[in-house]
Write a protein that binds this ligand. Sequence first.
Ligand code: PMP
Length: 451
Amino acid sequence: QDLPLAAAAAAAATTGGDAALDAFWMPFTANRQFKKSPRLLAKASGMHYWDADGREILDGCAGLWCVNAGHTRPKIVAAIQAQAAELDFAPTFQMGHPLAFELAGQITRIAPAGMGKVFFTNSGSESVETALKMALAYHRVRGEGQRTRLIGRERGYHGVNFGGISVGGIVANRKMFGAMLAGVDHIRHTHDPARNAFSVGQPAHGADFADDLERLCALHDPSTIAAVIVEPIAGSTGVLIPPQGYLQRLREICDRHGILLIFDEVITGFGRTGQPFAAQTFGVTPDLMTVAKGLTNGAVPMGAVIAKDMIHDAFMDGPEHLIEFFHGYTYSAHPLACAAGLATLQTYAEEGLLTRAQQLQGQLAERLHALRDAPNVIDVRNYGLVGGVELAPRPGEPGKRGFEVFLDCYANGVLIRTTGDTIAMSPPLIIEPAQIDQIVDTVRAALGRVA
Ligand code: PMP
């Protein structure tokens, strides 16, 4: 039975090189280019990766915005190992296991007041689908089934499933895939370089962008709108910081019209802004919150929707059903993910990582904003331990300059991310001040070379 597999492994081992890289169709990657000069990460610890040749790389983006406590933390590793030996899998459809309830409880202890229910998924994308469906079903169980419209935002990133790309606002994620979800509309994004370029922290101008929601209410009739979803800080579309008063105004408009507010906190959750969630940092409580990434420190895939009690209770208030919410995943609350999540939350708390993020954000802001005189820099944006440096695109080649900066930084031992021509930094919260300097110095040198 396993002969073909063994033969394939042997063949891959002897041919080496490109043939060994052939089968994996890589996500969000220029596959052909990558396979000519692969970047393979073989090992990680704390703030660093090591590549297949043993070269050390400082992780300036917490993997993919997820490894907030740094890599291969012993407590998290041990928890996963022990759990794998104890209870490998347990269904959570009409069954349960203790860690799932414990982790849900721990999450609600750090969530905004009133957000007392947790629904587990396996990723950010699944959390988004779950939240959208929860919003639609919530209105329906309350007798407001006409509320079917969903509102997203231009430049929003909400994962890659059909609901997420429909409410999302990135054309490259949408254009190849035909019809999107029906009944979706978008408000404008808040990026306004004319008024806000080089703002430190929250930009002063742009609360008025929230009024787009009021205009859509006038256009569609608010009683047809179920929910609006935004990232408090848009990460994957270039680190867009919410203007002062913007999220508050969205909240007010939602309240006025009975619309649910969903914060996609997949990036901002678990300490990135110096509080457990950006909702607390910005002082606005949504009705539903989608999370993933930092929930398990990236060590085991897991996501969740954190819901206000009133959302959950609406499902429980009706007549008894065999199943209240027809939705879930085989791996919802997977035991290994729960073990990783519990150890992760404990690590964040024991090591005071949120306080650390608050303490270090000033240094990151100062160092980043000093890049404004570097070649091709047209904007710098920051909040908490997230930074974005936007470059003028090469004429006719959008994204190319950003990608070259990424390659140059990697060649010089620092991993950053670029989205289009924006360089994004989101280091693990355990970063040392000297490592912030190393990241920014490496970016500065790369900007010089790439120019
Ligand atoms: N929402 C946001 C705001 C994200 O940043 C991401 C991932 N970067 C997702 C959703 C999707 O998460 P995943 O890749 O785990 O599906």
